[in-house]
Design a protein around this ligand. Structure first.
Ligand SMILES: Cc1ncc(COP(=O)(O)O)c(C=O)c1O
Length: 383
């Protein structure tokens, strides 16, 4: 069968080292008699607004009968109003991952370069490599807490000038560190990209954790000010608690919207009825979102305190989200293994650029009882 695969797909598969599907199969297969607490995938600890349960009870087969034109248009209207941006600038996807997959298909030729900073979400590099593209990382410094310093902004701008990439990617708040890239840094990188044939993608999948009650902290502000060659991604999968509804969205700058590039490329329907019906309900319930933010901060602080109380452990400070990365100071021990022995699954960061080989694990803030079990294990670890 392998000989039937296309050249581009063959190159991609041969180099494939990471996959959600393979990793989660491994996680559930290993030591299956030990009950597992899953703190590995960054989903919401609280779940969606209560509006979702109410709505789900009233849905029937009829709601799935028609193709989703009307509900998708309504969702785009709601998103546009939320960000005070024109509706034609809103794009939808099967999760924001669906849009991440589409972007290189639209803009990257085989061998074209894209860049990002590490550590970051592995799918940026992955999606570019699926179309035969190449990827270059500017490394954020572990000794500077992997922070998005001014220097990183300068280095990304330099890389755009010198390497002529087609795409620049960054997630903020960042996956895996949970840290925020200041809008000033994003503005600087966007200006440089717009001077070249380069598009900046700002992935704000965890953005709601950093928004204030009254206003999102978002690079959509730059689009509304007229910035070009910019795509901002968000999703209903994380803080909104609808990962299973596979509904993500993007706001694109006017130059991209004017040419209707995504609308022309996308498959006939770019999201599904259930997601499109539920998403406006969670968007509307900003009281619940505020509760999610406060609970996440409270429980993440408990985890940070537990790590701080144990001199054998280290964590990367500054997360504002439901994930953080931590490690055992003694390289003989790996946190992922220590926690697995206590029935907890966290995400091993050793195969990812920037954190590779350094022993970090990404921990997702779980529910109250899960956080208690986790904190007990973290306090007791003697390595
Ligand atoms: C930074 C980032 N962007 C995008 C995604 C994709 O999320 P979804 O496809 O569920 O919207 C994830 C998921 O882990 C992520 O961490």
């Amino acid at each position: 069968m392998k000989n039937l695969i296309s050249k581009v797909a063959e190159g991609y598969i041969a180099n494939k080292t990471k996959s959600y599907a393979i990793e989660s199969q491994q996680n559930s297969a290993a030591d299956s008699e030990i009950p597992k607490i899953h703190l590995d995938l960054g989903e919401s600890l609280i779940g969606p607004s209560a509006n979702v349960d109410v709505k789900l009870k009233s849905l029937t087969g009829k709601d799935l009968l028609d193709y989703p034109d009307t509900v998708l248009e309504q969702l785009k209207t709601n998103i546009a109003e939320f960000y005070n941006t024109p509706k034609r600038n809103v794009i939808l996807g099967t999760g924001s991952d669906g849009i991440i997959e589409t972007i290189p298909r639209l803009f990257v030729n085989p061998s074209d370069l894209s860049i990002g900073s590490s550590p970051d979400f592995f799918r940026f590099e992955d999606a570019c490599k699926r179309v035969g593209g190449k990827f270059h990382f500017v490394e954020r410094d572990e000794h500077q807490n992997y922070a998005f310093t001014q220097k990183i902004g300068v280095q990304l701008a330099e890389a755009i000038r010198e390497l002529n990439p087609k795409l620049v990617w960054l997630s903020t708040p960042n996956n895996p560190t949970g840290q925020v890239a200041p809008l000033e840094l994003i503005r600087e990188v966007q200006r440089e990209a717009a001077n070249k044939d380069c598009i900046l993608i700002v992935d704000e999948a965890y953005g709601e954790f950093n928004d204030s009650r009254s206003k999102p902290y978002t690079a959509v502000d730059l689009i509304n000010e007229g910035a070009k060659q910019l795509i901002v991604l968000r999703t209903f999968s994380k803080a909104y608690g609808l990962a299973g509804a596979r509904t993500g969205y993007g706001i694109v700058s006017n130059d991209i919207a004017e040419d209707s590039i995504f609308t022309k490329w996308n498959l006939p329907y770019d999201s599904n009825n259930i997601g499109a019906i539920l998403a406006p309900l969670v968007l509307e319930d900003q009281e619940h979102m505020q509760f999610v933010r406060e609970e996440t901060n409270r429980l993440r602080t408990q985890i940070e305190d537990a790590i701080n109380s144990n001199s054998n452990l280290h964590y990367v400070r500054g997360s504002v989200t439901n994930t953080l990365i931590a490690k055992c100071k003694n390289p003989k021990f790996k946190l992922v293994t220590e926690l697995a022995n206590n029935g907890m699954v966290v995400c091993d960061q050793d195969r990812y650029m920037g954190t590779g080989g350094k022993g970090y694990s990404r921990i997702t803030v779980g529910r109250e009882n899960e956080v208690k079990t986790l904190c007990d294990a973290l306090r007791e670890f003697r390595g």
